[in-house]
Structures are given as structure tokens and as C-alpha cells.
Design a protein around this ligand. Sequence first.
Ligand code: ARG
Length: 422
Amino acid sequence: MKDSFNFIFIKNYVIFIIPIAYNSEFFVRVKMKIVLAYSGGLDTTVAIRWLSETYHAEVISVSVDVGQRDDFKKIEERAYMAGSAKHYLVDAKKEFAENFALKDVKMNGLYEEVYPLATALARPLIAEKVAEIAKKEGTEYVAHGSTSKGNDQVRFDLALKTALENVKIIAPARIWKMTREDEIAFARERGIPIKTESSKYSIDENLWGRSIEGDIISDPASEVPDDAFEWTAVRKQDKLRLSVEFEKGVPVGINGERLDPVTLISKLNEEIGARGFGRVEHLENRVVGFKSREVYEAPAALALIAAHKDLEKTVLTPLELRFKRQLDSLWSDLVYQGHWYEPLRNTLEIAGDEINRWVSGEVKLEVDHKSLRILGRTSPYSPYSEKISSYNKGWYPSDEEARGFIEIWGMHSLLTRKARYG
Ligand code: ARG
């Protein structure tokens, strides 16, 4: 009795289960899903097809808008023509401006004193957005277009590892052995449309700046050709005068008009760039152990950092100011080197916030003929006193006070010299 019951049960179970299994994907090989950070450039366009051919995968392309001046409709079309199964566009402009660009102002983020970190800052945010889509799509496979010689692979890989615990990263350009010409041929053979007109330079662009690389500028002794520049091509000959208003270390308005960060930065890029200011020429120490010739355009970033540094100088004590410059330099190195998720970055920013509590006020600037000058500044928290500093009025230490001060001020040096040289 018991046996026959079991038999019936099993028989029903088997009869039931076979059709379900047969119709489901159980017997069909499930395609692997790869989410690709897609810029629309040559490398990532070729990567869509290369990934799907090499891994028999379904490639999902993700473009993140961080303020680059691209036609995202065209990028989407190109993604589908290259073989993308699904395309996402994530608008991260506001987040990039608020949480990355404005931080760069507060921390005076300039790598090796000159590069305002536009590319370096955008990478963690792009990676986070791509990781979110990977989670949503239920896959651990994420791809990006970085090569094995650049800094970006370090930034992307570390950001992805932070955002997705078991992430499997594929960087096609680190695997394939294709030259730029090979890639173009690969695309042509498959009828994939690519942007070749700009192939002279490798460009990375976002709201905070434009980064230019390429063989044509790789000789550090040679002058950078004029056609490398777009944002700072001189379009206006007149003098631009403007004031930038800061609150607690971040810019909040121009000429008395309050502006949101995206508008404020875009406006400054346009107006200051039109006067030809904002170029950086740099022989840079990469994370990956070699020096490389890099060129940047970042009119808003350079102007805002110059103005902010000036305001810090106006408000802070000399000790605070010197300490802050050390924080700035450490912070810039961390960001450049892909250590966005290093706890020290947060610590430095907390100190930066605290020091910037009083960095409010206004800085007046003048821009023309590729140069920028600071004309003046005011802050309600400036300890500057004309009465104290003026030669003609107010405070004067007496001769006796001055002598006593200098005597004690120089005592260390005088005593030490005596001990050494007699
Ligand atoms: N060297 C810069 C950095 O590491 C910019 C790299 C930009 N990439 C480019 N294709 N232009 O942040």
C-alpha cells in the first residue's frame, strides 16, 4: 500500500516536471549577461561586438551623462548597431556637479598642482551607475573600455569591486591585441558605425573638463597643436569681469545671481573658455609607472579653484592655510590614484569642511587673452584689518615692542649659529 502510494507520487511528479523543464530555459544554454560602461567611442563600440562574439554574451550598454557634450540619441543608436541587447542612459550630471566637482573646489583638487582631475573624478560615479544596472540586470559581469596602460582601469576596477561584491570585471582592451587600426577594421568588417573623424586625439570629456591624449602630442618637447583645443578656442576678444560668490567653501552664484552647480559650472566653462583661458599642459606621473604628456581644458575648474584658494587665504589663519594645502595635495593624490574609496579621503574632506565653515564671500575676477586675474575679494569672516595693516593709520608697535619681538623671534637661529660656528 505504502509502496504503491510512493510510486504514484513519483510518477505524477515526473510527468509534471518534464514538460516544465523542457519548455523553460533549463535545457537551453542561458546566455551570460555583460553590462558595459559605454562611451560611444571607438573602443567601447568595438567592445560591444567583441564581448558578444567572444563570450557568446548578451551585452547591455550603459552610458552615463556626466556633462560631456555628446549626442546621446546617436550613442544609443550606435550601441544597438554594434549589437547591444539593451541600452541604458543614466543622467548623473547633477550628482557629478554636487558631489564631485564642488568637492574638487573645496579641496582645491589639482593633481601635481595643475590638473583639476576631471576624468579621475568621473570614474567612480560612472562605475557606481554601471554597477547599479548590473545589480538590476542580475549579473556579476561588468566591462569597461580601459587599457592596461592608463589610470582609468585602476579607478574603474576599484570602484566596481567596491560597489559589487562578487563582480567579474572584463576589460576587453586589456585582452584583445588590437591596435587602433585593427579596431577600425574590426568595426568596418562588421558594418558597425564608428566615429573616426576625431581619431587624431583620444578625448575624455565631462562637465569638469576635457582631457586630451594622443600620439600627436606624445613628444613632450613639441608644442601642442591648436586643433587639440575646443573649449578654449578664443571666441571673444573682450575682457570678462565677474564675481563669484562662495558659501562655506563652495561657489553658489555669479554676479549676485544664485545658480545651481550644473548651470554655474557650464556658464563659467562657456564664458571663460571663450576668452581662451583654461588650458593645462602637463608632463604627468601616472599611477601606472611612467610619465605621460597630457593636455586639459578646464576653464570653470581652474577659475573656481583659483578664486576659492584666494578666499581661503583671506579667511584662514596662516596655520590653517598651510595645513589645508597639505590636505589638498593628499586629497588630489588619492583621487588621481583611484583611491576614491580609501577611508582617508573622507577624513580629509571632514577636515576640509570644518576649515571651510568660514570660507564665504565674494571674489572678483577678470579674464581675457588666455589669462585670468583676481581683482579683489571680500568676506564677512576675514580678519583682515586696514587699520592694522596700513602704514598711515591706526596701530603701530613701539620701537621697544618691535625690538623685543624680533629678538625673541630670531633666538633659535642666532643661538644655533653661535653653537655651530662660534
Ligand atoms: N591622464 C588623465 C587621468 O588619468 C586623463 C586621461 C583621459 N583619457 C583620455 N582618453 N584622454 O585622469
